[in-house]
Write a new protein. Structure first.
Length: 109
């Protein structure tokens, strides 16, 4: 009985560790998704519109997950990703790793 309890506790700990690793996302895998065509049924990739390494900032949507699924289903004619899945976590990690665009401030007029 004791051994069973230990096994159950170990499984819970491992499951928790895996879900934390999952939630963090892998930016390198996200970059591959962003540049590749695996999310698309139209041969488009995110980079075709979002060139360079500028971060697409959120204006319309509240979360990257919502924005990403909107982009996939409209612009890429692809299937929405599971918002809590690994590919979404990877894509969001990549987007967050990008640099925000610099604003041009016009002064002196
Ligand atoms: C056909 C061109 C096109 C493609 C392909 C595209 N985007 Fe976009 N994306 C845009 C444009 C234009 C905007 C800004 C205007 C808007 O909100 O519609 C935008 C906005 C965004 C935003 C910000 C949304 C907000 O809240 O305002 C994110 C994040 C984003 N794109 C991510 C992606 C990702 C990830 C992909 C690939 C899965 C992708 N985009 C593919 C054109 C594109």
């Amino acid at each position: 009985m004791k051994a069973l309890k230990i096994v159950i506790i170990m499984m819970l700990i491992l499951g928790f560790a895996a879900s934390v690793a999952f939630a963090a996302g892998n930016a390198a895998n996200g970059k591959a998704l962003f540049e590749g065509k695996s999310l698309s049924s139209s041969g488009m990739s995110c980079t075709m519109c979002h060139r360079g390494s500028l971060k697409p900032e959120l204006h319309k949507f509240k979360t990257y997950e919502e924005a990403v699924n909107y982009m996939i289903t409209t612009n890429l004619h692809g299937k929405a990703l599971n918002p809590k899945g690994k590919r979404m976590a990877d894509l969001v990690a990549y987007l967050k790793s990008l640099n925000a665009p610099k604003r041009r401030v016009i002064t002196g007029c």
